[in-house]
Design a protein around this ligand. Sequence first.
Ligand SMILES: NC(=O)c1ccc[n+]([C@@H]2O[C@H](COP(=O)([O-])OP(=O)(O)OC[C@H]3O[C@@H](n4cnc5c(N)ncnc54)[C@H](O)[C@@H]3O)[C@@H](O)[C@H]2O)c1
Length: 355
Amino acid sequence: MSPYPVRAGILGCGMVATEYAETLAASSSVDLTACADLDHEQARRLADRYGIAAVPVEDLLTPETIDLALILTPPGTHAELADQAITVRLRAVWVEKPFTTDPQEATALTARAEHAGVLLGVAPDTLLGPALQTAAAALRDGLIGDIRSATATLLSTGPERWHPAPQPFYADHAGPLGDMGPYYLTALDYLLGPLRVRAATARTCGDRRIRSGPRAGEGFTAHAPTYVAALLETDDGTPVTLTASFDAAATHTPHLEIHGTEGTLILPDPNFHNGQVLHRPYGARTAEVIPHPATASGRGLGALDLAGALGDGRAPQCSAQRAERTVYLTAAILRAATTPPLPVQSPPHSIAPAS
Ligand SMILES: NC(=O)c1ccc[n+]([C@@H]2O[C@H](COP(=O)([O-])OP(=O)(O)OC[C@H]3O[C@@H](n4cnc5c(N)ncnc54)[C@H](O)[C@@H]3O)[C@@H](O)[C@H]2O)c1
């Protein structure tokens, strides 16, 4: 039986679902046939827009309806819904990030999917986009020589600026590390290999205010750390710094830089598939854009790759195993942040305070 087209269904028809539907609708290897949402009206709107069926939630995750499930629901629901899709043995399951915040759960789900013969893929899929592919090729080609260090910087306002219901972004295990960390950590893992955590610090800005939508002005509490600074290390000891904040109004700092003996690569925000990759050779005064082909990209590339993997019998590129590593790394950063800081001894000389 030909594996194509793969019948795909979306579970969770909120903000990100439209982006996925656009990508899938443009593909001939996947046939987006159905969607479902606890809020049936949400499903109905997506279904009408893409000419697909809006089905009750309990009818979507069955092999009779679909081959590939895309789980695009809020973070706290991902593991349970992925587990359901594995239990009924859909052929493939795609899960939005974060996979889970619990390393044991990540391992258990990965193992269960393997055992059941279900292909499990997890966002982010930005590593399949032209920006990270270009950067990876530049590193492979030795464009910047031997890598000496890297910096990853996510300094942004909190999502309360643009999201009308931002509280989940500040739930335990969310914050800039839990919510945006998967993009940065996956990009670093993809480009530089497995990482260790050497040290981390975290501080919280707890009292926050919604700044958009009908509940603008309402206060809420951040439970996650809103600032994380971590010193990471690759297998060969290359240091990588990661700074993530939801309390920076603006920044000029690049999102991701990789420094080598012969130059530096400056990458765009790994939350997105596109953007310019710059190369500044050692000693040069300016950076030049590395051209990359204009290819189709957007959220959903990973699900298309998952469908392709079904047909080719290969492992998906945005695999559960890759996401499992990010979950473990995130947990290690949070663990490292709980170790007390080194006390700094008072130097013998004092300085008069500024008047
Ligand atoms: N919004 C974005 O721009 C964006 C970008 C990248 C990734 N993501 C990720 O995508 C996921 C979804 O985010 P979103 O912004 O689309 O959320 P959203 O709140 O806009 O939509 C989620 C939808 O899921 C539905 N839902 C909740 N629980 C359900 C369940 N058990 N079964 C069926 N439907 C259920 C809700 O009714 C809602 O319509 C999150 O994990 C988020 O981190 C979002």
